[in-house]
Design a protein around this ligand. Structure first.
Ligand code: COA
Ligand code: ZN
Length: 387
């Protein structure tokens, strides 16, 4: 069974300009809990006093998901996180040769530091779930990652996160998350170590979700995501799409309620000031809307002719949009929704007018459809003269 770690409140706030008030964070966390995520990463306490305050509130709420904090590899950051009362701690430190040179650290010194900090957290909170992330793991020398991960686990880390910090991986190539997770699990197992593997996939190449699923297929059992895919640069894996695919196509989802996703997305979009793109998978306005006449003619009989995900899974319904791409079946269907019989040439005349409106760049909703019907019924001769 996979666990979902939502980091909208931590990584999501690394989207330029995004900052949620504490009461909004609580509301978002409540919906994340209802949807069924396992961990809510609520922030990095070292960043601001407000983040510490919000994390403390979140952690005291007794929500079902564990509340997590981010910490650099230093005791001070761990202390701040533990003071907030979190149940999950993510410690990160790079292991690439170039970055270590920047930090003026040798690899052994870096590994000592990571192990020391993880042990420090473990000693203070035996029931804490601790994750160690070798930042930019997938572009780091593999042996460095294995060495650091091994010592972190020996020091008390429960989870090793494979961070594709720059969205570098490509499925089906030697640079894949599938290969990386498989090799890492094998290398750790050969040292009698079996931490849970998490994947943190950025979307710089538009492949975050594909890479996350690749990691899952290789045995990763924690996947990071954010609402709307918010995060640094091009962001992260989109939570709703990830959960819908895992539930529908991989048999995951015991205890999930994906029908709460639309409410969650509306809330986050509003307070992030970033609208859900209309064509976004799963939560976008058009995600379950059929437009072209040939599609709607089939979809009115069975939406799954032109959908591979059921709208109801995620609290949506399939709909039809009327514009210049419509056919007479689309119009007849929509007329039936407003209780109008399209016989006697009415549907054809309505279609002609719907196409006129559509060409001006608008769709016709059911209210406007009623106006069109009324205008034809009020002026039947004008309509007849045109045919
Ligand atoms: N472990 C330990 N130290 C780390 C580290 C890690 N994983 N990653 C970076 N650092 C150090 C850097 O070396 C640098 O310290 P130095 O100036 O002594 O070399 C410092 O952390 C970061 O630089 P800077 O941001 O200039 O320091 P700051 O003290 O002004 O602020 C933060 C530190 C964390 C409060 C600030 O950067 C911040 O608010 N960041 C937002 C959260 C963030 O960066 N998240 C990244 C998640 S991957
Ligand atoms: Zn990230």
């Amino acid at each position: 069974m996979v666990s979902i770690l939502d980091t909208t409140l931590r990584e999501g706030e690394q989207t330029p300009g995004v900052c949620f008030d504490a009461h909004i964070k609580l509301a978002i966390a409540g919906l994340l809990s209802d949807v069924g995520v396992d961990v809510i990463e609520g922030g990095h306490p070292a960043v601001t006093e407000e983040i510490r305050g919000a994390l403390t509130l979140l952690a005291s709420r007794g929500l079902r998901p564990r509340i997590g904090a981010h910490a650099r590899s230093m005791e001070r950051d761990v202390d701040l996180a533990l003071e907030c009362g979190v149940q999950f701690l993510g410690v990160f430190y790079c292991v690439t040769d170039e970055r270590l040179r920047d930090h003026q650290q040798s690899l052994p010194a870096a590994i000592d530091r990571i192990a020391r900090v993880v042990r420090y957290a473990r000693e203070r909170r035996p029931d804490l779930v601790i994750r160690y992330t070798p930042e930019d793991a997938v572009r780091s020398p593999f042996d460095n990652v294995v060495a650091a991960a091994s010592e972190a686990v020996r020091a008390g880390a429960d989870v090793i996160s494979v961070a594709d910090t720059t969205g570098y991986l490509i499925p089906g190539t030697p640079r894949s998350m599938y290969d990386f997770v498989s090799r890492l699990r094998e290398a750790l197992a050969s040292r009698d170590l079996a931490p849970k593997i998490a994947v943190h996939c950025h979307n710089d190449r538009g492949l975050a979700l594909a890479n996350a699923l690749d990691g899952y297929r290789a045995g990763a059992r924690i996947i990071d995501a954010t609402v709307l895919g918010l995060g640094e640069r091009a962001g992260l894996v989109d939570l709703a799409t990830l959960m819908a695919v895992l539930a529908h196509d991989f048999g995951e989802g015991a205890g999930w309620d994906l029908t709460r996703l639309p409410e969650l997305y509306a809330l986050v979009a509003r307070y992030a000031g970033i609208a859900v793109p209309e064509h976004f998978p799963v939560t976008g306005r058009n995600a379950f809307t059929h437009c072209a006449g040939i599609h709607t003619q089939a979809a009115t009989k069975n939406p799954l002719h032109y959908q591979s995900l059921p709208a109801e899974l995620v609290g949506r319904t399939s709909t039809i949009a009327l514009d210049h791409m419509s056919g007479v079946s689309s119009v007849r269907h929509c007329l039936s929704l407003i209780g109008v019989d399209g016989g006697g040439g009415l549907a054809e005349e309505v279609l002609r007018r719907v196409k006129e409106v559509g060409q001006s760049g608008r769709t016709v909703d059911l209210v406007e459809l009623g106006y069109i019907v009324r205008s034809i019924q009020d002026h039947p001769l004008a309509a007849a003269g045109r045919t």
